[in-house]
Design a protein around this ligand. Sequence first.
Ligand SMILES: Nc1ncnc2c1ncn2[C@@H]1O[C@H](COP(=O)(O)OP(=O)(O)OP(=O)(O)O)[C@@H](O)[C@H]1O
Length: 331
Amino acid sequence: MSDETNGRLDGLRSQLASIGSADGRFATGNLLSPNAEATGMTANTGESTAVESREREGTATSSSADVDMSSADRPLGSPRVDDAVIEARDLDVFYGDTQALNGINMDIPEKQVTALIGPSGCGKSTFLRSINRMNDLIDVARVEGDLYFHGKNIYDEDVDPVALRRKIGMVFQKPNPFPKSIYDNVAYGLRVQGKDDDVDERVHTALERAALLEEVEDQLDESGLDLSGGQQQRLCIARAIATDPEVILMDEPASALDPVATSKIEDLIEDLAEEYTVAIVTHNMQQAARISDKTAVFLTGGNLVEFDNTNKIFENPESDRVEDYITGKFG
Ligand SMILES: Nc1ncnc2c1ncn2[C@@H]1O[C@H](COP(=O)(O)OP(=O)(O)OP(=O)(O)O)[C@@H](O)[C@H]1O
């Protein structure tokens, strides 16, 4: 290994020294679809993972113990976790004839931060958008394979994507507040969902959890668009959590922000993982090392090459290609 590579790895290692893992079990999950109870869809209660449940029912295709690490289409590392909220199994996504994701197998653990990293065009955002069916909005997008949320395949016909997105919220790269007051930005989703009780309290709680309340509590009637970029992004996070999702997907949420605003968002993401499951796409490897518990490395061809604890990925990756990527040899 060159001195330069060693130097980069040392830098990442020192950042990793401060990384802790979120823990805690999740509360009983609600159902995906408003009609779920009527249709008999039930979410896993968290007492066991969906794969374990299917194993008991004899319907699982494999268990974490028999992941074939030698197979070329399986990622290295530990693609399956004990407390999975999201489970991808042989997931392919195509845009017309272009395959953007190729046989993805990985789990996203509950109440942790999972970072998705990799070079441009390797399918990170596509994977994130698959999780709350945002790809449905792209005409040419087609999904094959299985993607489970609490053991329910989110691509089943009886899943309502709008209900799904209430449970799996999303924050985008560019802050996109509505041209409304700060208060109304956060209250909007509550009103749409008919959650008209305790709106004031829910708005305040969401702003507090998004680490924004102190800065804006005297200006809740002012436009969200008048906030700084970093504040706007925290407002979008408050909007996303006001409706009480279980999972928050973040697509490069800090890439448009200055270092101070970025640092606040990073602190916030770590705090959010105490209550929510967070999956974040980032191009910033130091950021992934600083804030995530698990890291998934996607490389060209829409392949998930390695998925493991973040410190393992950055300190001692199994794959030479992953080591080359995280030490900046390409990407
Ligand atoms: N709406 C779309 N229509 C057609 N092809 C698309 C669309 N979105 C993405 N793709 C293609 O799918 C592949 C994966 O794109 P994706 O945006 O998921 O990658 P990414 O890793 O998130 O990239 P970046 O880091 O640059 O955001 C690329 O080849 C891209 O050109």
